[in-house]
Design a protein around this ligand. Structure first.
Ligand code: NAD
Length: 293
């Protein structure tokens, strides 16, 4: 069992840290928010007074922070310096590829092993320990991370070198965002053509238009009882987070000169929806923006 520092104990990090405790690891945690720290303490995490205090003596340092600037600030602001040389750093936040690579390089230059391991599966997956990790880093670092991540998820996909996990995550979520807009357009077109929601679902879910977003997160109430559409679009996966991921995808595409016209268009649709009051709703509520036109 390992001594693990866990930095960022929010909606995702809190339950992940609790699952590491449940697997028998000694977890020292830190969060800027005292309420998040208290909740983690109640789950068996040892509350530290700072990120550096949590990292002192750690074999493994896991971060689950909002965005790239928080990651870089934490790494360069004392987290890496506080950890023993040779510690394994796992960043599971969703961040831009450039910040991820900067964090890798900073920690590696100080003798650390580093993995970027963003997740798919959301808060429900974090609680249930069923996340999928997309891992980037040296093969030996990824192999070293596997037994730790096994307590948190079902799959670890090795994607390549530093930042490759983040690249995979933003490509995947760009597909998801485009798919949800496409499905929403189909339902809105069906409504205007007088076609019943259930009939459209029954056809598309068993035909060539079938996709995960439709069969899991159907944007209209009825066909998929567990979808957010049945509970007034309470998230789920908030539209604000989808906007974050589509913006990361757009910026990454710009940085390498990739033409991702549909990803960019989906991002703009989610931006208008979020700015119009939809940010806290489930991302499938974007159908309301499509309906408004
Ligand atoms: P969150 O806002 O609930 O949690 C982030 C936590 O980090 C907060 O508690 C905040 O206080 C803390 N924090 C910020 N800066 C800090 C610092 N310097 N030191 C210590 N703590 C600090 O966000 P979340 O939903 O848990 O998401 C975390 C990451 O996971 C994000 O990058 C997000 O994009 C990604 N993610 C979220 C989901 C989801 O469904 N919520 C799914 C997949 C990936």
């Amino acid at each position: 069992m390992a001594a693990i520092a866990f930095i960022g104990l929010g909606n995702m990090g809190g339950p992940m840290a609790a699952n590491l405790v449940g697997a028998g690891h000694a977890v020292a945690g830190f969060d800027l928010d005292p309420a998040a720290l208290d909740a983690a303490r109640a789950a068996g995490v040892t509350a530290a007074a700072s990120a550096a205090e949590a990292a002192a003596g750690a074999d493994v340092v896991v971060t689950m922070l909002p965005a790239g600037q928080h990651l870089v600030a934490a790494y360069e602001g004392g987290l890496v310096a506080a950890a023993p040389e040779g510690a394994l750093f796992i960043d599971s936040s969703t961040v831009d590829v450039a910040s991820s690579r900067r964090a890798h390089a900073f920690a590696a230059a100080r003798g650390m092993s580093t993995v970027d391991a963003p997740v798919s599966g959301g808060v429900a997956g974090a609680v249930a320990g069923t996340l999928t990790f997309m891992a980037g880093g040296a093969p030996e670092a990824v192999e070293r991370a596997r037994p730790i991540l096994a307590a948190l998820g079902r799959r670890v996909v090795a994607c390549g070198g530093p930042g490759a996990g983040q690249a995979a995550k933003l490509c995947n979520n760009m597909v998801l965002g485009i798919a949800m807009v496409g499905i929403s357009e189909a339902f809105v077109l069906a409504e205007k053509l007088g076609l019943d929601h259930q009939a459209l679902f029954d056809v598309v879910s068993t035909s060539s238009g079938q996709c995960w977003a439709l069969t899991n997160h159907c944007p209209v109430p009825g066909p998929v009882p567990a979808s957010a559409a049945n509970r007034a679009y309470a998230p789920g996966f908030a539209a604000a987070l989808m906007l974050k991921d589509l913006t990361l995808a757009r910026d990454a595409a710009d940085s390498v000169g990739a033409d991702t016209a549909l990803g960019r268009h989906a991002r703009d649709i989610f931006a208008a929806f979020a700015e119009g009051g939809g940010a806290a709703l489930d991302y499938s509520a974007v159908i309301e923006a499509v309906r408004r036109g």
